[in-house]
Design a protein around this ligand. Structure first.
Ligand SMILES: [Fe+2]
Ligand SMILES: [Fe+2]
Length: 189
């Protein structure tokens, strides 16, 4: 993965097996993407937001008709999204459920994960050559994922930022990244 920032315009190249993924972020420059830095975010909120951007960017491509490499892009989506969902379920939400103020919204978030996984399972059985149906289904997935990410970023992360120390956020980040390592081979299938 290469990252660099040019006068506030970020160019990111994500090199995954078999795919080069490019996205542009003209409005802001997260600290992790300063020029020449290989540092990864060490705060779970920054890590999750970075992954959200990646997932939303791939989804925005997949909802268009007539794109090339749809199957590969869909595989990349799942390789990014599934470990994210499972990592949050294993590390983030059990922790947040311990807080009475965040317990209900945490249960709701996990149910939203479940809905997205069900929709992905249904999409797996549709051929990408059946484009009208495939795109209709991925649009519903995109709507679900966008809603869920908004809830996380606008409600859950805001409360986490207020309630948790930087050490707690950093510790959760380490645990989350560790948990993701063990689910990537399964989730990518
Ligand atoms: Fe998330
Ligand atoms: Fe989530």
């Amino acid at each position: 993965m290469f990252r660099f920032c040019l006068k506030g315009v970020i160019v990111r190249l994500f090199l995954a097996p078999g795919i080069t993924y490019i996205c542009w972020h003209p409005f802001r420059c997260p600290p992790a993407f300063v020029q020449g830095s290989d540092e990864m975010p060490e705060n779970i909120i920054d890590t999750l937001k970075q992954e959200h951007e990646m997932v939303l960017s791939i989804l925005s491509e997949l909802i268009s008709k007539g794109i090339s490499g749809r199957e590969q892009k869909y595989a990349t989506l799942k390789e990014n999204l599934m470990p994210h969902l499972i990592g949050e379920e294993q590390i983030l939400y059990p922790k947040l459920k311990e807080d009475a103020d965040m317990r209900d919204i945490s249960f709701e978030a996990v149910e939203e994960h479940s809905a997205v996984k069900t929709l992905l399972g249904q999409l797996d059985s549709v051929s990408t050559s059946d484009e009208e149906i495939w795109v209709a289904k991925i649009k519903v997935i995109q709507e679900n994922v966008s809603h869920h990410i908004s809830e996380e970023e606008e409600k859950i992360f805001v409360q986490m930022q207020r309630k948790m120390s930087s050490d707690e956020l950093s510790s959760l980040d380490s645990q989350y990244k560790e948990a993701k390592k063990s689910v990537i081979p399964v989730a990518a299938q």
